[in-house]
Design a protein around this ligand. Structure first.
Ligand code: ATP
Ligand code: MG
Length: 335
């Protein structure tokens, strides 16, 4: 339902032309959550700003539900804007307006009748579970609550698309989780399509159906989330995945399926050598059962992890030995 074709956006700067978006094409289906990840300056914000026409692309096409939005006249464009909601890292609420008035605002500017506004705002307050805060001002809310209000405001007019530019980046893990749950509920209940820009790989993994990786204005890799994590092709993607903690589903192995404790060995830099494990087996009275793993060579370094089961009496010494070689060793416990 969203199709971006050969999109280019150039900025003129003092140092000449800067190509922030360089021939980008992708499609997003209805009620899909599409992630865009990439380093700072990759062009992610510029891309979503082109989609909601805050930025005029230099060339290319953007088609939303069969409408080529770059060809719309001003009046048509206003209508189109209503179809796109957006949330930001910094919430961007109106600080002088109450929660109720923040959510009502986009409905007021399209001249919605008062009773309809009231009904919709009350529905949304319930949906974001903040009915009791409707008369509060944003400064009286936590960050997570403010973002819930920003989301309610963004979806008030029932847009087809919700764009999130680092919408969870300013939140702690608990609030991030609750915002992600809310976004999932939005897809379920309102069948909205979401484009999520995030530098938080765990966020992308949690909520996105598919992910595109951007570098220097280009999409360098795009795949379903599962495939991207299982089989990242580009070194940039691998380095993003490498930065994830051990508690992601890719490494999820059920400890109870094994007779002995299992461990996650992480090779943080060039210390991975197959020899490390065989040395360990030779030196100590242990055997090592390899359960899962993912070791990538990035430039001349190896990064990644192995999930292993130690079998034998000398496990503690073996672990100490590995740690002395700068391998991180953590027991995998999952209740
Ligand atoms: N209005 C502008 N004028 C000139 N250059 C711009 C403008 N907006 C963005 N850029 C440049 O375009 C490139 C892409 O910027 P963009 O904000 O899209 O990156 P980003 O991927 O969102 O980065 P971040 O993760 O830091 O938010 C950068 O080099 C930036 O400096
Ligand atoms: Mg940005």
């Amino acid at each position: 339902m969203i199709e971006v074709k050969n999109l280019v956006k150039e900025f003129s700067t003092d140092n000449g032309t800067l190509r922030a978006i360089d021939d980008v094409s992708f499609k997003v289906n209805k009620a899909e959550v599409f992630g865009i990840i990439g380093l700072s300056g990759a062009g992610k914000s510029t891309l979503v700003r082109c989609i909601n026409k805050l930025e005029e692309p230099t060339s290319g096409e953007i088609i939303i539900d069969d409408v080529p939005i770059l060809e719309l006249n001003n009046e048509e464009l206003l209508k189109h804007r209503k179809d796109i909601g957006m949330i930001f890292q910094s919430f961007n609420l109106f600080m002088q307006k109450t929660v109720y008035d923040n959510i009502a605002y986009p409905l007021k500017i399209v001249d919605t009748p008062k009773d309809k506004i009231k009904a919709r705002v009350e529905e949304l307050l319930k949906f974001i579970d903040l009915e009791d805060k409707k008369d509060n001002y944003p400064a009286q809310l936590s960050g997570g609550q403010q973002q819930r209000v920003a989301i309610a405001r963004a979806i008030a007019t029932n847009p087809k698309i919700l764009l999130s530019d680092e919408g969870t980046s300013a939140l702690d893990p608990a609030n991030t989780k609750s915002i992600l749950e809310l976004l999932k509920k939005i897809v379920e209940k309102y069948h909205m399509t979401i484009i999520m820009i995030t530098h938080q790989m765990e966020v992308a993994q949690d909520i996105c159906d598919r992910i595109a990786v951007m570098e220097n204005g280009k999409i360098i890799e795009e795949n379903t989330t599962d495939e991207l994590f299982k089989n990242p092709k580009h070194s940039m993607t691998r380095s993003f995945i490498k930065n994830l903690g051990s508690n992601n589903s890719e490494t999820e192995v059920l400890a109870k399926d094994f007779d002995n404790p299992i461990y996650r060995l992480a090779y943080l830099d060039s210390n991975y050598k197959e020899a490390v494990l065989s040395q360990c087996i030779k030196k100590f009275d242990v055997d090592i059962n390899l359960i899962a793993g993912n070791i990538n060579r990035i430039k001349d370094k190896a990064v990644g992890y192995l999930i292993v089961e130690f079998i034998g009496n000398d496990t503690d010494n073996a672990i100490e030995y590995l740690r002395s070689l700068n391998v991180s060793v953590e027991e995998v416990k999952n209740e």
